[in-house]
Design a protein around this ligand. Sequence first.
Ligand code: NAG
Ligand code: NAG
Length: 986
Amino acid sequence: MNALYFGMEGVHNTNLPTSSPLPKMAGPRPPTQATAILLALATWCLVFLRSSSAPAVPALRPPPPPSAPGGTLCIPRERDALLTFKAGLTNPSNHLSSWRADKDCCRWMGVGCSNQIGHVIKLDLNSYNYGPLMYGSIGGEINPSLLTLQHLQYLDLSFNDFGGRSIPEFIGGLRSLIHLALTDLFFGGRIPPHLGNLSNLVSLDLSIFGCYSPDLVWVRHLQKLQYLYMDGVDLSAVVNWTHAVNMLPSLLVLTLAGCGLRNIMPPPLHSNLTSLKVLCLESNPFNSSLGANHLVWDLPMLRYLRMYDCRIQGPIPAAVGNMTSIEYMILEGNNFLGMVPSTFKKLKRLKVLTLSENSISGSTEDLFHRLPAYALQELYLDHNNLTGGLPNRLEDFSSLTTLWLNNNELSEEIHVGIRKLTKLKELLVNSNNLHGTLTEHHFTNLSSLRVLWISDNSLSMLVNNTWNGPFKLTSGGFRSCILGPQFPVGVVRSTINTLDLSNTGIHDSIPVEFWTATRHARALDLSGNQIVGRLPANFRFGGMQPVMLDISSNQLVGPIPELSKNLIYLDLSRNNLSGSLPSNIGAPKLEILVLFKNSFSGTIPCSMFELRHLWFLDISENLLNGSFLNCPRVPKTSSITVLNLNSNNLSRGFPSSFQMCKGLQFLDIANNKFSGSLPTWIESKLPYLQFLRLRSNMFSGRIPVELTMLKHLQYLDIASNNLSGNIPWNIPPSLGNLFGMVQTPNQQDLLFYTLHAGLSAIDKYSYAYNDSLSVVTKGQQLEFTTGIAYMVNMDFSCNSLTGEIPHEIGMLIALKSLNLSWNDLSSTIPLAIGELRAVESLDLSHNELSGEIPTSLAGLTSLAHLNLSYNNLTGTIPSGNQLQALDDQASIYIGNPGLCGPLVSRSCSGMEITQWIPEDQHEGMSDALSLYLGICTGFIAGLWIIFCGFLFKRNWRIIWFSFFDCMCDWVYVRAAVSWASFTRME
Ligand SMILES: *[C@@H]1O[C@H](CO)[C@@H](O)[C@H](O)[C@H]1NC(C)=O
Ligand SMILES: *[C@@H]1O[C@H](CO)[C@@H](O)[C@H](O)[C@H]1NC(C)=O
């Protein structure tokens, strides 16, 4: 369970809206089953993860009524009623085959009769009881004949599929009912207030997504009610829910999660709920503080409170100390402020306290002083604003098994007192400002420790190489701590499952013992060190062998070894590995292979495309040459979805073997030596393409019209080739078919998710996932920055395109960047350009555009960069707030002798305006020089814009990519890379 929670941390940190049910597949089938499962897992986490760190609700269901074991015969009238009821049902799985007229109905499946008279008292058609496969198996209509069963005490129709019908009102006529359950039925509509007539009800389970109730007046008639479950019912119109439930003094269990409840009315003066043991209110948008007199704090018998993600604000009131029976308190993901009240100390039975992801502040010393010691077992305080260090008097907390203090502002040293927590299983202090050195002495008594995360602090860990720790970690996270320069064999020896040693200052070769000690490991991350030497000849050391291995950003040399057969994820990027890529890779389960920035040479072996599960392949920035694939027998299909071959020496025509990658969504072959014409089969063979980068090759000929038919395309970069002819817009089907550029990127999409979150966030942890725990190695990103997921871009610059910019361009309203510069485009700028409301960068410079600048440009409110220089534009420069706010106004329009206005050297009345360039410089300035100056001013100004942009908007990193086309690309890349590493250091 916790592993999922840990895993999601990576996702949280990418600022994804946590409410979005990510990531569903769009487009082609999921790349592999494993990925689909992992994504399902991720989805599962997002929905349920908040509760995952919390124990389940204690099973407090009422027992079913005793029913006859046989012997009694059923009453014919009731039997007939049941048969009529059955006739109304659809029953695809023949669930009710035992329901036959010639059999005693007391022996039918799901039917129970009373001992004495033989009345049907129980009808249990809860499909889930018959196994998950039966789920939703009964449908159809609920016949009012059920009303004949006037002695019915127990009715359970949960987990069936009644096709969105309303709950029938007549159920309110079954007056004997004690237990009614309609959970998760596909019901819809209003919950009939007639249920209020069921005054004998003890248990009512209406956890139905899709139903609503405008008030809870009917509930107050259920005076015997002990169990009320209404999770998911839309109660957003109910203003007095606290008053309504306060009318039910017998309640033991109340769950109203995800009901849209708000806090509008002041709560009742005193609580009637003196017996309530379980209260679940999570995921309601309270949006306010729960004051000291709120019902919630006035529940003396409550043992279990779940109230996460309720947007509760303000401090936790002192009245919390009245909940003296509380054992589990789950309050994460709210906005509780300040220090917890000292009355917490009165909660002597508190075992589990979850205050993660709030704004709790103050020192840990103070906090621990206010917490009840001794009983407390699990304490989750991560993602708050706590200061200080690990508190001094830890011996009082010797029952603690779990302590999460990660992502706070802790800044002291970790003192050896930590070893007094002898029962500790999980210690998370990662992402703080802790400093100092951890030694063997810190761990002497911690023999139960299984999870230790100290990543992202200023900590060092100094243990002897012969050290054999008292514990065996299932998950050790040491990222960015100092463990080197020698390889920390002692730490490796004490870790059995997942180990993150990334960026730990190791400057050493990998000792053989590392491979033998980690032969049972699932995930190993050694990235970002200075590991030298070669990899062993093969990765087979017996045992399970890792499924995830990351040794990227080191100084490894030599060839790729033969891989272990369980490997799913391998990242060896940013090393000095060389030789040719192995023709037999030896890892049939491989899904992700990242080898960019090495010195691999030779051709790309066919075997890569025979890996059935491989969907992500990045071999960019190597020395690969030849044509794309050189196989005697090209495989027919490949599961590749993301393929990056950028910056190699690949040549010849656009590879026809891409046709086998039908599911391809991301294709980058930029900066190679591909030539010839662009293929016309691209739309029919690669229909799911979203990102296509062909930049800086030698492609020639016309742009095929098929390129404009790619429905999912959101990023198209064909800049810096020798393409000529018109841009094929006018021919139907026109550019408007590029739906990917008409809609904003779909955040539910797998690729979006991968690109946005980065491989580290989604895949590493998932691949490392197993039943126990996993390492999250966030913070690393794909070579292309993750903002690319948001980028809607069209870059045709630096070609020889002719003809006009047609008005259809205005249909691509999601475009954020449009670059048509350095072509031979003529005619006027279409008015429709003003439709591109999302455009942040627009470059039409260095063409032969003529006519006036359309005033509609002034309506582009997102515009941050504009370049119209070096055309034949004439007339007045339009004004508008956005245009006036752009930096370096003059360079936008330079090189258009026909333009007039205060920004250029010509007033519209024909007078020269020269004040913006000093006279002496103006004289004798050659065309070439002014061109150069123009570029440089633009460049310097632009660079500052980039930096400012980076400061405020992560996504801009990519947007600016297209600015300094042709000449300035590399400068940008430099800047971006340094900036990225700078921000990472923050
Ligand atoms: C407590 O419950 C009783 C019985 O339903 C009701 O009459 C009374 O008004 C309730 N008290 C409060 C303060 O809501
Ligand atoms: C609840 O706690 C508050 C503050 O500690 C106290 O003033 C109040 O009397 C308590 N209420 C009950 C019913 O104990």
